[in-house]
Design a protein. Structure first.
Ligand SMILES: [Fe+2]
Length: 204
């Protein structure tokens, strides 16, 4: 299947402009969407297999984007910041991100990075933090999120989750995979997060 990479940026942008949230609107307005494409080799990961289910779960507004990802996932460049040594094999087999734009993604942008994160079912992404401010919009519901000292809380698809600079945050999925859109700004855009928790945050 031929992938029109411009369609990735267009559907991503179109979804973001439909999100009724002041923080997201501010971020979207500040981004210069006229970005040069990079020629990147495809790099599929095992987690791409969760995209079909994510397309079933995504709300109507996000479906064009998620369907595009499900149809073209294997032609895109997926990455991982962690290794098996960090969080184990189950995590690595069920985790990956796609940078739509940023310092290394399909489109070049030195000021802001954005893309998509996949976590398979029953995965814990332990506490971590980073300098960049992060805006997440889960496109599938059912994942529990926490930030700072607060407890885990299930977030619905389309809710906006804001992680301020250097604040600890963690996610854990339930029976369904997580597909989440992220925007990173105001910090090193390709930095590996600092891990602060341990993997042993079992389900209560
Ligand atoms: Fe983060």
């Amino acid at each position: 299947m031929t992938t029109n990479i411009n369609e990735l940026l267009e559907t991503f942008h179109r979804y973001l402009t439909s999100v009724d949230n002041a923080l997201v609107r501010d971020a979207v307005t500040r981004i210069d969407w006229d970005m040069p494409a990079r020629a990147l080799e495809p790099h599929p990961l095992a987690c791409v297999s969760h995209l079909d289910r994510a397309a079933d779960l995504a709300p109507a507004g996000a479906r064009p984007l998620v369907r595009f990802l499900a149809a073209h996932g294997s032609d895109l460049r997926w990455g991982q910041t962690y290794t098996e040594a960090d969080f184990g094999k189950a995590f690595i087999d069920n985790y990956g991100w796609l940078e739509v734009f940023g310092m290394r993604g399909h489109f070049a942008n030195d000021e802001v990075a954005a893309g998509l994160l996949i976590l398979g079912p029953d995965i814990v992404y332990p506490d971590h933090h980073h300098v960049a401010e992060e805006i997440y919009i889960p496109l599938t519901g059912g994942t529990e999120w926490r930030m700072g000292e607060s407890g885990f809380r299930v977030r619905a698809a389309g809710e906006v989750v804001h992680h301020a600079s250097n604040v600890n945050h963690a996610m854990r999925t339930g029976q369904e995979p997580l597909l989440a859109l992220y925007i990173w700004r105001g910090g090193p855009l390709a930095a590996k997060s600092t891990i602060t928790g341990t993997v042993a945050q079992g389900r209560a």
